[in-house]
Design a protein around this ligand. Structure first.
Ligand code: ADP
Ligand code: MG
Length: 251
């Protein structure tokens, strides 16, 4: 006796319809995965890091509920900015890379730069007469991440070029900035109080501030390693605080 077979529209056996539907679903999932991978490559992240490996307990000053809310990416729809402030090694870059990754997964275009490399690329583009093109690219990306503002003092031209980027993106797209310097000290990076004031005015118009103040995660890890491996001090590389240059003696 032939197998009972229900038929869908146009007499196609339902088993086949389900099979084709599943195939189409798998194709869609695969296409989405490839698009996420493409966005991650285009972002030029310095590393791929996620919140799965971020230990919130290690940084008490960080507002975890706010970070988890930001990870849902609604700030990108509202075109709001994020500024992460704190001393070196406290997870600012890790947190902004994780936010960038979430944005890629949610379908937003992302570009990642350190402040120094962005300024370098803007100056190079200006010299090669392709500044407008680069500015247009930077203005159109949904999330621009500028890491490490504050380590390098900018030239006047560099500061003005960076200011223009903030200005062009104002209320058009979200920007994440990380800095080791509190706002009061940003003038030392941009060289001009007037420019810094105008820049902060734009950047902080719609902003979420993340505070990461505490002991360097790297330093703490190397101290913990040393406690687990108590060899004579001359056999163990000393830990250097990247901020102060202070060397922690091996104990
Ligand atoms: P910052 O940008 O503030 O100088 P990083 O994000 O570069 O600090 O962190 C330094 C190193 O420590 C990185 O390898 C980072 O992944 C790790 N790290 C920092 N904070 C945490 C944390 N809370 N949980 C897990 N890893 C962390
Ligand atoms: Mg960093």
């Amino acid at each position: 006796m032939g197998r009972l077979c229900f038929r869908g529209p146009r007499g196609v056996p339902l088993d086949h319809v389900r099979f084709l539907l599943r195939l189409a679903e798998l194709e869609l999932i695969d296409r989405e995965r490839r698009m996420v991978e493409r966005r991650i490559r285009a972002a030029h992240f310095s590393a791929v890091k996620s919140f799965d490996t971020f230990d919130f307990a290690a940084i008490a000053s960080l507002n975890k509920p706010l970070v988890l809310e930001l990870a849902r990416c609604e700030y990108l729809v509202a075109r709001e900015n994020i500024i992460a402030l704190g001393n070196s090694g406290t997870g600012k870059t890790h947190a902004c890379l994780a936010l960038g990754l979430m944005a890629c997964k949610r379908g937003f275009s992302v570009a990642f730069f350190t402040a120094a490399s962005l300024v370098h690329q803007l100056m190079e583009a200006r010299d090669q007469r392709r500044l407008l093109k680069l500015q247009a690219q930077l203005a159109s990306v949904k999330l621009l991440i500028i890491d490490e503002l504050g380590y390098v003092r900018l030239s006047q031209t560099g500061a003005e070029l960076l200011f223009e980027i903030f200005s062009q993106r104002h209320e058009c797209g979200s920007t994440i900035v990380t800095s080791n310097l509190p706002f009061e000290e940003w003038t030392s990076v941009f060289g001009s109080q007037r420019l810094t004031g105008a820049l902060l005015d734009r950047l902080t118009h719609h902003v979420h501030i993340l505070e990461l103040n505490g002991e360097s995660y790297r330093l703490r890890q190397s101290q913990a390693r040393r406690r687990r491996d108590p060899r004579p001090s001359n056999e163990i590389a000393e830990a250097v605080d990247p901020e102060t240059g202070e060397i922690t003696p091996a104990s």
